[in-house]
Ligand binder design. Structure first.
Ligand code: ZN
Length: 439
């Protein structure tokens, strides 16, 4: 699958890059991909593999990127958090990623948009880092004006700002009402974060993008109403970009009627069937741009701890290994997405947004040889015991999937082959992000 479309051809790799597609000379090693699809490695713009001063993720860079490469994801972008300076967060991420199996980049989460932090943006951008803002944080409500200054600095530096768009006030009100009524179990989680919280925040983000000129990448959009805001923003020429997350494409809030509802707690919550349908349509025809995993699993016992309430269950699930095969199985095989569109939303467009294109995200001469040999007929039932995440459950346990990666290469090196990870921890490299829109 090349930028020009689907064709039958050989692909040659010299050292770390693709050297030719078409008629190629014989090589020291040949991989027989007859009957298979040959795709660019996926670029996941949304993971949480780095630590913070108070938190170490279950899937750190080593475990998370083992799951990634086994699933055909060869580049991950992880959140890192400001620690006084923005740079300190990025430096922690670089240290944590020393055992990464996949190539990596970062979004630095800005928790204090101080003048000093805003002054750092230009240098940080030159070093290849992006930014992330949580609109849902109480800080954002108190300091919106400072965040708008941050957005202006990001616009000037050509940095995309990833934005978690949910409204704090709406969530606080719903949460307090549920607690007052004694409704504290995980089954109330969807009600605590109503769809209006997302809609209000997406509308505000649209105004902020227009005011600042910044490109805002709205992560994990979950609802029809949020998509309407994104669509309107794009039509008005605002620099808004939209991501959804696998959970919202496959599951509904019906999961929250189960006794183990907490296993599916992620922010925002699972929505209604009509939202699922709206997301598929938006992935096919726009306005959605990408699918990112928001990979951050927690063990079953940590999610189901009976002392937790709906607002204290640790949010997040594993998704790196299933991202590509499930979107192929549920999207391409079911006729909801073309193969070309799947490659766009999982590889080419995220690489563009991160300023990594055309080094990443396409099969073309000169690009990094990040290549997935994908067996479109491989049948597999998802079992957490067979997944490479350190987590002990999978949100799609028991799901039947058709299509799975057979061989995965990263910069010309085989990192996964027929069920076995061959990547050496630490082989992954930092890939500095470029200015958005100039790749
Ligand atoms: Zn996230």
């Amino acid at each position: 699958m090349t930028p020009d479309g689907e064709r039958r051809a050989d692909l040659a790799i010299d050292d770390e890059r693709i050297s030719a597609i078409g008629d190629v000379p014989r090589a020291s090693r040949e991989i027989d991909a007859r009957g298979k699809l040959v795709l660019p490695g996926c670029v996941d713009l949304h993971t949480h593999l780095a630590s913070t001063p108070t938190f170490t993720p279950l899937d750190d860079f080593e475990h998370g990127t083992r799951a990634a490469v086994a699933g055909g994801v060869t580049t991950v972008c992880s959140m890192v958090y400001q620690e006084g300076s923005l740079r300190a967060g990025a430096e922690r991420g670089l240290r944590d990623a020393a055992r990464s199996c996949a190539d990596f980049a970062f979004h630095v989460v800005v928790t204090d948009p101080s003048p000093a932090a805003i002054d750092e943006v230009a240098a940080l951008a030159r070093e290849g880092h992006g930014l992330k803002v949580f609109m849902v944080s109480p800080h954002f409500v108190e300091r919106t004006a400072d965040y708008l200054d941050l957005y202006r600095a990001a616009a000037a530096a050509g940095v995309v700002v990833a934005v978690h768009a949910e409204d704090r006030a709406v969530i606080d009100r719903a949460t307090a009402q549920l607690h007052a009524a004694g409704r504290t179990g995980a089954e109330w989680f969807p009600e605590s974060r109503p769809v209006q919280a997302e809609i209000v925040a997406v509308r505000a983000a649209l105004a902020h993008a227009e005011l600042s000129g910044a490109a805002l990448y709205l992560v994990h959009l979950s609802s029809r109403g949020a998509l309407d805001g994104l669509r309107e923003g794009k039509e008005r020429g605002a620099r808004l970009l939209g991501e959804t997350r696998p959970l919202y494409l496959y599951l509904t809030r019906e999961r929250f009627t189960r006794p183990d509802a907490a296993l599916w707690v992620g922010q925002p919550p699972l929505r209604e069937r009509e939202d699922v349908e709206a997301l598929w349509a938006a992935l096919r025809d726009g306005p959605l741009d990408t699918v990112g995993t928001d990979h951050i699993p927690h063990r079953r016992a940590a999610k189901l701890d009976p002392s937790l309430t709906f607002d204290t269950v640790p949010p997040g699930v594993a998704n790196l290994e299933t991202l590509l095969p499930m979107l192929y199985s549920e999207g391409v095989r079911r006729g909801r997405l073309t193969l070309a569109r799947l490659v766009e939303v999982l590889a080419t467009v995220p690489a563009r947004i991160a300023g990594l294109h055309p080094r990443k995200g396409v099969l073309a001469p000169g690009s990094d040889a990040d290549v997935v040999v994908f067996d479109p007929n491989a049948r597999r039932t998802i079992r957490s015991s067979e997944m490479h995440s350190a987590c002990d459950y999978d949100p799609y346990e028991g799901w039947d999937v058709t299509g799975w990666p057979e061989v995965v290469l990263s910069r010309g090196e085989v990192v996964f082959e027929r069920g076995t990870i061959t990547a050496r921890p630490g082989r992954g490299r930092f890939v500095p992000r470029g200015r958005y829109g100039e790749s």
